[in-house]
Design a protein around this ligand. Structure first.
Ligand SMILES: Nc1nc2c(ncn2[C@@H]2O[C@H](COP(=O)(O)OP(=O)(O)OP(=O)(O)O)[C@@H](O)[C@H]2O)c(=O)[nH]1
Length: 398
């Protein structure tokens, strides 16, 4: 499941690859370098296509920016930077690429990325670079030099590295401030750009780092498709399909608890569906704190399931009781009514233990559901436990 530490970890892994590559590539054979130079042409378009299929607009935009940037490096900017035009293009690329990536990250995910946006992007990158060539040295170089002599002339990679690192730091801050994070590519993309600029004179460095970035993009996309298949999109806990897979893996042993939010229909009717959704998210979040190794799933609607591998009934009941109380005591403030008194949400819980060898997962869920029904009948906001499995009777010694 995606979590917010995934992206920084992948960005860190990419930085390690960049660090190792900067040493290793110095002695790499021309054949290896030739192969590496082709890999981003293969991986990045696949990542772009996949992002489009999954409607990950931000990601597709970022992959496109990286692909364009790699194209410019490959087709126009081979090291060493031999004349002022190339130096200028390197500078424009170094300023524009991280800035575009940063802006793409601020792009609202709901906003569809259209071909007109792609064309505008292409115009900014290529136009910016061509502008350097058309104006050809004289006035632009003179003007720019006035400003950049202070920092030692403009082909200085460290200035661009610092600029990219600054945007990387800002993006990291924004990443951790978001409520949900993990599926955007901003941090790995900026790390790739940073290495391609900072180690520009290392042969095949951009090819290597953009190949690694392509791998990271595809890995994140694979994770995203796993998330779509096995994770509930509203509450971000595991979904019913994941529950079925987990029950099969448990091998007909363990404890299953079914739970249902009390009077949820009335809550929805009174405060609206959106507030109802907030309640579902909050309940899921609280349930995730359950102890004793419990795994939380959304069974459907306002019903959740927790499964324990443990056979210790008392420990499981204690863990469930703790979570039930924490939800009942949680002061839930309604959106837009922060001044009013908090609402209380309660759960009814039914628990059943697997009768070893004799039951299917549907049967044990059914018994947990029956116990849940008893909890509802007993006034709600409580736990009811199905009868424990009978111990096999010992034979008396003759
Ligand atoms: N907001 C929101 N509501 C949902 C969702 N899924 C199911 N519901 C609502 O959950 C409510 C379930 O109501 P009931 O099954 O009648 O149960 P209840 O009102 O909780 O009553 P008891 O279970 O008897 O305490 C219905 O109003 C559904 O519309 C969802 O994803 N979001």
């Amino acid at each position: 499941m995606l979590n917010r530490h995934h992206q920084p970890l992948l960005a860190g892994a990419l930085a390690v690859v960049g660090g190792i590559a900067s040493q290793w590539l110095v002695d790499a054979s021309p054949r290896v370098m030739w192969m590496l130079s082709w890999l981003p042409w293969l991986l990045l378009p696949v990542a772009w296509l996949d992002s489009r299929v999954y409607r990950l607009n931000k990601n597709s935009l970022m992959v496109l920016i990286c692909l364009l940037s790699y194209g410019v490096i490959q087709l126009r900017l081979q090291a060493p930077l031999s004349n002022p035009d190339i130096e200028l293009q390197y500078w424009v690329l170094g300023i524009v690429t991280p800035l575009l990536l940063f802006l793409a990250d601020l792009w609202p995910e709901s906003e569809r990325f259209r071909f007109s946006h792609g064309a505008a992007l292409l115009a900014v990158i290529v136009g910016g670079l061509e502008w350097g060539v058309i104006v050809h040295g004289e006035p632009l170089h003179l003007w720019l030099n006035q400003w950049v002599t202070v920092i030692g002339g403009y082909p200085q990679p460290w200035v661009l590295t610092l600029w990219t690192a600054l945007l990387l730091g800002l993006s990291m801050l924004l990443h951790y401030r978001r409520r949900q994070g993990g599926d955007s590519l901003i941090l790995p993309s900026l790390v790739a750009v940073l290495f391609s600029l900072a180690c520009f004179d290392v042969p095949a460095m951009s090819a290597t780092i953009y190949t690694a970035l392509g791998g990271v993009c595809l890995f994140l996309l694979a994770q995203h498709s796993y998330n779509l298949a096995f994770c509930d999109q509203l509450t971000q806990v595991r979904n019913r399909r994941s529950l079925e897979a987990s029950l099969q893996r448990m091998g007909q042993r363990g404890i299953v608890a079914m739970m249902d939010i009390d009077h949820f229909k009335a809550f929805n009717d009174r405060f609206g569906h959106d507030v109802g959704d907030d309640v579902l998210r909050l309940v899921a979040q609280q349930l995730e704190t359950v102890g004793h190794g419990g795994k939380v799933f959304r069974y459907g609607g306002e019903e959740f399931t927790i499964i324990f591998r443990s056979l210790n009934r008392h420990a499981c009941i204690e863990a469930l009781e703790e979570v039930r109380q924490s939800i009942a005591q949680y002061p839930f403030m309604i959106r837009g009514q922060e001044e009013g008194s908090p609402q209380r949400i309660t759960l009814s819980i039914g628990m059943a233990q697997w009768r070893q060898g004799a039951e299917t997962s549907e049967q044990v869920i059914k018994r947990a559901d029956e116990a849940l029904y008893q909890a509802k009948q007993s006034g709600r906001n409580c736990i009811r436990v199905d009868q424990p499995p009978k111990r096999p009777q010992r034979r008396r010694a003759a």
